[in-house]
Ligand binder design. Structure first.
Ligand SMILES: Cc1cc2nc3c(=O)[nH]c(=O)nc-3n(C[C@H](O)[C@H](O)[C@H](O)COP(=O)(O)OP(=O)(O)OC[C@H]3O[C@@H](n4cnc5c(N)ncnc54)[C@H](O)[C@@H]3O)c2cc1C
Length: 495
């Protein structure tokens, strides 16, 4: 994927796309893959980098959702488990099974959680993830070295999926491109154009040059997640809110706090949520919170109270408690929760909403999870075909292989604490449309999330490598380093 070629195609005059997808997160990219693989012409415009929004800030689980099981939402859990299996088969390079342990400290817990997870097994029956099992105290300690042992009785083990969210997003962009889609990052939709009352296209702005250009499309799909209302208001300034964003924050700790290959599930926090303590890329990921926010912002920042809540909750289960000074990185994302309204054409129990603006025909797709991005895209494209008057074609993504990255040239890591090589930086520029230092350090790799301070130290060398690849000068590299350092301040733990 090369941005200059993509941009040239996007701005060709006199062309009408079947679909213009606004937003390059899990939802928009899933729709682009599905529609392009059906043979429709697709343009996707993302205002930042691919997965710049929520889709690079998830807990990185491909799961049915034990939490939804507790809420009795069995249809949703079953659908997510089905998608978990499909994704594991279609993208084995990006998704892998991860064992979880729910520890028991009270006599009734093993029986209670064990029974719940038997139901999880039943809903997942026939898949490749294996079944849940009871663990005695010794087995729990072996699976979760670092767990607090006082009062520990045993636990329940089950298996879910773990993935690299931002890398899956890039892989989906490449898959869509491989099926003929045109995708442009750093290209916001700044206006919608109409023929009478119907939306007939949009105005895009190339954020690098500032140039604006019109595009025509039979249907515009708003897949902007937490920002869906801002795009709906480009259509109808009086549109009632659809999205009620909620912030979820994570901490990253050194691996020694919970060494081992299993994750810990805290089944009930004081505020009635579940919390995960997960082995992740040689670190431990702790998350997440759930706090309503009045307005979606591009760079949500975890508040000190959330950080303390996560530390306090994790520390109840850790033999050696973690303190703020141990935190390597803090990151937050916004859940695009659907507040009201919407139609669900298939009539299935799903968490996402497809909303069609009656006058203009704008299709907004919001809510859902990374795990179910494929089935959301299938429903969205089925509806889009009808709305746009396109030929109805069968959805091909159930067993469609998702692109794998090419092998980067070998070389040493650029920083002793981080898994990034010069070859990977070059590949990101040449094949993955990385344009800024943050694209490489946060999404083509997860360096910023793994260790914010080390990522800041690495920024000048990444900027230099990128400048050479992208034909930029030293002033550009210095500005990129400064921009990244400023961004990373929001990922550093508070003093
Ligand atoms: C804390 C947290 C943890 C989560 N953990 C998990 C998990 O472990 N597993 C799971 O399955 N799900 C998880 N989820 C849910 C999942 O991450 C989201 O459902 C999913 O990423 C939403 O994707 P999206 O494409 O709808 O939104 P986004 O990823 O936010 O994408 C919207 C995109 O639209 C772009 N955009 C906005 N305005 C414009 C414009 N005018 N023009 C062009 N582009 C625009 C934005 O830049 C953004 O990239 C989690 C969510 C949160 C918040």
């Amino acid at each position: 994927m090369q941005r200059a070629a993509m941009l040239a195609r996007a701005s060709e005059t006199g062309r009408q796309w079947d679909l213009l997808v606004v937003g390059g997160g899990a939802t928009g990219l899933g729709i682009a893959v599905d529609a392009a693989a059906r043979g429709h012409s697709v343009l996707l415009a993302e205002r930042g980098d691919f997965a710049h929004g929520t889709s690079s800030r998830s807990t990185k689980l491909i799961h049915g959702g034990v939490r939804y099981l507790q809420q009795g939402r069995l249809g949703l859990v079953r659908e997510a488990l089905r998608e978990r299996q499909r994704l594991c088969r279609n993208a084995p390079h990006l998704v892998h099974p991860l064992p979880f342990v729910v520890p028991s400290y009270a006599w009734w817990e093993s029986a209670f959680y064990g029974a719940g997870l038997k139901l999880y097994d039943l809903l997942a029956s026939g898949d490749d993830f294996g079944r849940s099992s009871h663990l005695d105290r010794r087995q729990v300690i072996a699976a979760l070295p670092g767990i607090a042992t006082a009062g520990l009785r045993g636990g329940t083990r089950y298996v879910d999926g773990q993935f690299d969210d931002a890398r899956l997003a890039v892989a989906l962009a490449q898959t869509a491109a491989g099926h003929g889609a045109t995708l442009v990052n750093y290209c916001p939709v700044v206006a919608l154009s109409k023929a009478g009352e119907r939306i007939a296209g949009a105005v895009l702005r190339d954020a690098e040059s500032g140039r604006e250009f019109p595009v025509a499309a039979r249907l515009v799909i708003n897949a902007t997640g937490p920002f869906a209302d801002a795009v709906r208001r480009l259509d109808d300034p009086g549109a009632a809110p659809l999205i009620a964003p909620s912030r979820g924050s994570h901490l990253v700790l050194p691996r020694h706090f919970m060494a081992g290959d299993s994750a810990l599930l805290v089944p009930r926090t004081p505020d009635g949520r579940v919390i995960f303590v997960i082995p992740w890329q040689g670190r431990v990921l702790v998350g997440t919170t759930d706090l309503a926010v009045p307005q979606a912002t591009a760079e949500p920042v975890a508040q000190p109270g959330e950080i303390d809540f996560l530390l306090d909750t994790a520390n109840r289960y850790l033999a050696k408690p973690a303190a703020r000074r141990d935190i390597l990185s803090v990151f937050a994302g916004l859940r695009p929760l659907v507040a009201a309204g919407g139609t669900n054409p298939a009539g299935l129990s799903r968490e996402h909403t497809l909303l069609v603006a009656p006058r203009s025909g704008l299709l907004s797709v919001a809510g859902g999870k990374w795990t179910t991005y494929r089935s959301i895209a299938e429903a969205a494209v089925d509806l889009a075909e009808r709305l746009a008057g396109l030929a109805a074609r069968p959805c091909p993504t159930v067993d469609l292989a998702i692109a794998a990255a090419s092998t980067a040239e070998a070389g040493p890591a650029l920083h002793p604490a981080l898994p990034l090589t010069a070859g990977e930086v070059r590949r990101a520029c040449r094949e993955e449309m990385a344009r800024r230092v943050e694209d490489v350090l946060m999404r083509r790799s997860a360096c910023l999330l793994l260790d914010a301070q080390a990522a800041v130290a690495l920024a000048p060398s990444v900027a230099g490598l990128m400048a050479a690849e992208l034909g930029r000068d030293a002033a550009w590299a210095a500005q990129q380093t400064a921009d990244f350092t400023q961004l990373a301040a929001g990922y550093l733990p508070p003093a």
